[in-house]
Design a protein around this ligand. Structure first.
Ligand code: PEP
Ligand code: MG
Length: 315
């Protein structure tokens, strides 16, 4: 039995009608890469690089970051690694970055907005990533920008990344964006022309679509990523990306729920990235059903009026 379970864990997830969904892991520490592979991940769909910056007095050096990224690349042994550039600011305290107090930190200088205002911090990270990518198999390391809101954000970030890459003679890496803000969904055709891939961050997309602080003690529970408003945004995102020949992943919490993973696959999401403990259940769920059935489920979910109605579809 143990041998069978092991074999299952490492097999890719194919639906009964032969559609493969890439199942990868979200990690937030260098040591988690090996554990994610051991749990059956086919790579890392979201490396939250904040761990390198939090709980210390000074910013991590290029060398420290380079060592952390190469450690993960080695642990992944050729499997893909999507490195998200620093997504900090707002509620996370990083004294040495000298962030100003903000009344609405989730609407303030966070993610790519911070990095574009601190090119010293951003370029150091990009140099470390490109140097690390040079030690990996070609194409294995991809770079992803968080909290992108406007095309100017993306263009500025790409320009800096390309300047750093050219300066150190680094390898070409795909440059993608997190889809976490409704403006990006509404402009998704334009973004898809200029980004290599999309990864939907359902935690933030839900927060910004429903205007509910995801950490709110009272309202947080209502920030349901399976709300039909959020699913319709994801549907628009996938359609726009597909029209431009780009792929879409999801790395927010919805990807790690069996019902969420089913609906997202039915909407045409190609890659689901989740915390390691969710990998086995999601793979099992997808293996037990057909893409045809998941597409029908996704259409029923899009037609729902409330999150509760969507949740009831699992019954
Ligand atoms: C998200 O917003 O869904 C996401 C994956 O990013 P984070 O949870 O790190 O904000
Ligand atoms: Mg986010």
């Amino acid at each position: 039995h143990q041998a069978a379970a092991d074999a299952d864990r490492f097999r890719p997830a194919f639906t009964t009608d032969g559609h493969r969904v890439e199942i990868v892991a979200n990690i937030g520490h260098a040591e988690e890469a090996a554990a994610a592979v051991e749990a059956g991940a086919e790579g890392v769909g979201l490396l939250r690089t904040e761990f390198l910056f939090l709980g210390r007095e000074t910013a991590p050096t290029e060398e420290e970051q380079f060592l952390a990224y190469t450690e993960m690349i080695r642990a992944l042994n050729g499997l893909p690694l999507i490195i998200r550039t620093l997504d900090i600011g707002g509620d996370k305290i990083v004294p040495y970055l000298g962030l100003a107090h903000e009344e609405n930190p989730f609407l303030g200088v966070r993610g790519i907005r911070l990095c574009l205002r601190r090119p010293d911090v951003f370029k150091t990270q990009l140099r470390a990533i490109y140097r690390a990518a040079a030690t990996a198999e070609a194409g294995a390391v991809k770079i992803m920008f968080p909290m992108v809101t406007t095309l100017e954000d993306l263009r500025s970030a790409k320009k800096l990344a390309e300047a750093v890459r050219a300066e150190i003679g680094g390898p070409a890496c795909e440059l993608g964006i997190m889809v976490e803000v409704p403006s990006v969904v509404l402009m998704a055709r334009e973004f898809a022309r200029e980004a290599d891939f999309f990864s939907v961050g359902t935690n933030d997309l839900t927060q910004y679509a429903l205007a509910i602080d995801r950490q709110h003690p009272e309202l947080g529970k209502e920030a349901d990523a399976l709300h039909p408003a959020v699913l319709r945004l994801i549907d628009l995102t996938v359609k726009a990306a597909t029209a431009e020949g780009k792929w879409v992943g999801v790395c927010g919490g919805a990807a790690g729920e069996p019902l969420g993973a089913s609906i997202l696959t039915g909407l045409g999401v190609a890659e689901l990235s989740m915390s390691a403990p969710s990998l086995a259940a999601v793979k099992a769920k997808l293996r037990g059903t057909s893409l045809k059935a998941l597409r029908a489920l996704a259409q029923r979910a899009l037609a729902c009026s409330t999150a509760a109605e969507v949740r009831a579809l699992s019954k």
